[in-house]
Ligand binder design. Sequence first.
Ligand SMILES: [Mg+2]
Length: 312
Amino acid sequence: MTAPAPKSTILIIDDNADTIRLLSAMVREQGRVLFATSGAAGLELARLQRPQLILLDVEMQGMDGFAVNEQIRRDPDLRSSAVIFVTAQSSPEAEIACLDAGAVDFIPKPLNAPVVQARVRTHLRLQAALATLDDLANQDGLTGLYNRRYFDRQLATEFARHRRHQLPLGVVLIDVDDFKLFNDRYGHQRGDACLQEVAEALIDGSRRPGELAGRYGGEEFVVLLPNTTPEALARYGEWLCRRIAALGIPHPGASAAPHVTASIGLCSLIPADGDTPQAMLHAADMALYRAKRAGRNRSVLADGAEPGEQVA
Ligand SMILES: [Mg+2]
């Protein structure tokens, strides 16, 4: 017996209610089944529900299956959904056109239950494997946090979203103080364990939806906090400093305290035209540099934070 996999979502888009009933009955054992009777409604549902698999009728009134598929392929939020075309056109040319359009497979009408089930099963399995690979590709091996590549991508996405809605975005850069000394004294294994503990603290501190903690490289970490004002970000920075110090990892050679501490650079802004994610990271990095210069074990807010630097 294998453990039951988390339930997949299958979206059927077809303008014929009988076909929807028939297909639903065939695949309902294989996942949660949703349906829409037009391309537009299907796209809307797909954006909300992120199905693993979309069974897409080619011949539909209005927007046909190819047009719907093109929208799916173009939308970064939908691209990971696999599309199987369902069509009465069963010529080799029609089949090739479906695959060329980026569909993963093709189911001919009239529908045959074992064929439909076998194809759906195969593609749900492949989708699960791809999702696992995706997770691995986005993860930092040592800490399990997101890696820099993934973080940069998410930052770009969130930056654009915050600019659209004119919301304050918060970015946090964290650097473990005197980490080279720690490694020199205790060796790389304990160095790695130290980074893992700091990573745990970051995960504990970023659990709201959309929050994201990553390892930016070496002993440098990064946190993305959606919809966070400078005031809230400053409080987070102070809290995080205390949280990391409270891990109580001995570090007698460190300059700020006899245990492991971190310096933190903060930047919160409502992105305006001309602002870039790179400039925002740079501002956080400059604030981090100031935190180091001011004696480490503290957080500094970029811009206007000059007179009242936040000391943890
Ligand atoms: Mg149709």
